[in-house]
Design a protein. Structure first.
Length: 475
């Protein structure tokens, strides 16, 4: 009997330990899935993990390889060939135009056709080098470098876009969290107030309509809370997506973002340094390099060439078939060295139209560059105006919040004393929760507009540096 009890105890303890181990593993797994970020950490994480950033870096590497490929045109060209065949030797006098189908035959013309075949072989090495190209190869290398420059500028623009998108998603999630907290506090206040209203109605100190109105206001507050929670969940998923870890749970730290930013204006940088402008400028240079390459293409091509070759044949000079393995290996060798010049005379027409097309593309890219400068200048001025407005709003929302808090407290006290209606209290509570949300969002709006100014200038570093300095100076 006691043995059975001991067995039961052992089994029970084992089950408890297994459940505890399972809970611990589950807790560790959830902790690993949940990632907590400060704003600077989130931006750095996104720039390392977001697929678009990785893709832009690979395009830069591909462009670098393209420059190396263009530089190989300076190297000599060498080709080695070997062939063995067995064929008939029915040669005939006459001429054929160059083609890729009819094989050339060397040797005397036979008096009559024959179906007999013999071995043949040929091998050789050709060395070719272009010592002078009138600047064409240099122009093609410069064109490849222009492509590399554009790819680098596009990578910087992608990093800027991902960085500002991360900042906006981070601040949006933080704003959603503050809205949820304000909505939760509003529900708690209205629950407490609704209970007191029901007590007064039950004691016939207030009309029954007050209880219905209080219930309706409480239900509306819960609806607002549900909507706020929905927006929070959506914002959290959006931040996880831009961080490149879609599906994971992310948390944000408030840090100093809910405090007032520094009053100093962000340092100004020229609009032309913005990656968007640099990308367009790189496209202009790329078109210019293509035009220059076409300018250098209508020149003679000079090649220094040398060749070593050998041939073998199973047919002797008189046309007699030697038979056996004769002709499987070369038995006659030759060498040659010389200078070859080629000049595509009629390419001038096609080059003319290609150059006209690229020149038009160059002018179009220059116009787009001017448009980019105009757009960026407009964005910067709008961001600065929005920043000034956001600072003024943030200066007044604390006053609004304090007044709303006092009003709500007074209206509840007046209602308890029978000096105010339930509508007055409801309006005061609605004004209070809105003031709480406005106060939190006003400070976040200043940070967001600071980021917009930095993005318009093309560099988020000053914004992140000011945030870091604010964090280090925070108590």
């Amino acid at each position: 009997m006691f043995a059975n009890h001991r067995a039961y105890w052992k089994t029970g303890i084992s089950l408890v330990l297994m459940l505890a181990a399972g809970w611990s593993a589950s807790a560790q797994s959830d902790q690993q899935k949940t990632k907590i970020f400060m704003l600077e950490e989130a931006v750095d994480f996104a720039l390392k993990n977001y697929p678009a950033v990785r893709a832009s870096l690979e395009r830069v590497r591909a462009a670098e390889a393209g420059v190396g490929l263009a530089r190989t045109s300076y190297l000599p060209w060498t080709e080695v060939r070997w062939q063995s065949n067995r064929a008939t030797d029915n040669n005939i006098a006459g001429l054929t135009l160059p083609n890729s189908v009819i094989a050339p035959i060397t040797g005397p013309v036979t008096l009559s056709p024959s179906n007999r075949s013999a071995w043949g072989s040929a091998g050789g090495l050709l060395f070719s080098w272009e010592p002078l190209d009138f600047g064409y190869r240099g122009a093609t290398v410069n064109a490849a470098r222009a492509v590399q420059s554009r790819a680098g500028a596009e990578a910087s623009l992608t990093r800027l876009d991902v960085g500002i998108a991360t900042v906006n998603a981070y601040l949006t999630l933080l704003a959603a969290e503050k809205t949820v907290r304000a909505a939760e506090a509003d529900v708690e206040r209205r629950q407490t107030f609704t209970k007191s209203v029901h007590v007064l109605v039950d004691n016939q100190l207030r009309a029954g309509a007050d209880a219905s109105r209080a219930d309706a206001e409480l239900a509306r507050a819960r609806v607002n809370l549900a909507r706020a929670q929905q927006q929070e969940a959506t914002s959290r998923a959006q931040l996880a997506d831009i961080l490149g870890i879609a599906g994971a749970t992310v948390e944000v730290r408030e840090n100093t973002l809910l405090g007032a930013p520094q009053a100093a204006a962000p340092p100004s940088t020229p609009i032309s340094a913005n990656p968007a402008a640099e990308v367009q400028r790189a496209r202009v240079r790329e078109s210019q390099s293509l035009v220059h390459a076409l300018d250098r293409s209508y020149y003679p091509k000079l090649y220094l060439q040398s060749v070593v070759m050998g041939r073998g044949s199973g047919v002797d000079p008189t046309g007699k078939f030697l038979g056996g393995r004769e002709g499987l290996g070369p038995d006659r060798a030759n060498w040659a060295a010389g200078l070859m010049v080629t000049f595509p005379v009629f390419d001038i027409v096609s080059i003319k139209f290609k150059k006209a097309a690229e020149a038009a593309n160059e002018r179009a890219e220059e116009a787009r560059y001017d448009q980019a400068l105009q757009d960026l200048t407009g964005q910067l001025h709008k961001a600065q105006a929005s920043l000034d407005g956001a600072r003024k709003v943030a200066e007044n929302t604390p006053l609004e919040l304090e007044a709303a808090r006092t009003t709500e407290t007074q209206e509840r006290a007046r209602y308890q004393a029978g000096l105010a209606t339930l509508v007055d209290v409801s309006d005061a509570q609605s004004f209070f929760v809105q003031a709480e949300i406005d106060d939190a969002l006003a400070r976040l709006a200043v940070w967001q507009n600071l980021a917009s100014v930095a993005a318009a200038q093309g560099d988020l570093s000053p914004f992140l540096r000011s945030l870091h300095d604010k964090t280090q100076g925070a108590p």
